[in-house]
Design a protein. Structure first.
Length: 105
């Protein structure tokens, strides 16, 4: 019994030409900027300020500082996704930052 190699499908190796022909969404560049600016405000107003306000002793520092630093890491991911124009990652990091902000409240 001999095994034969099956040639790969060329359509699977290249990007979908139907998607490549679609025009870009009008105003999406402006929306990306608004999402990034809103993420900065969310981090400052809903994560950083309440987190720093709640720190009165060492126990509360251990509780709140990791959440503030995690929010800062998510904000860094949002800024990286914004600069790389990775829209799916931008939405994911923003949604995760909103979840963290909701948890902080």
């Amino acid at each position: 019994m001999t095994l034969k190699a099956i040639p790969p499908d060329p359509d699977l190796l290249t990007s979908n030409p139907k998607q490549a022909d679609l025009p870009p969404v009008a105003g999406w560049g402006m929306m990306r900027g608004i999402i990034a600016a809103a993420a900065i405000l969310i981090w400052i107003l809903l994560i950083l300020l309440p987190g720093m306000d709640d720190i009165n002793n060492l126990d509360q520092l251990a509780l709140h500082l990791p959440l503030v630093v995690t929010g800062l890491g998510l904000l860094g991911g949002i800024m990286a996704a914004y600069s790389l124009k990775a829209d799916g990652h931008l939405i994911w990091f923003t949604a995760t930052l909103l979840l963290l902000a909701g948890w902080m409240l």
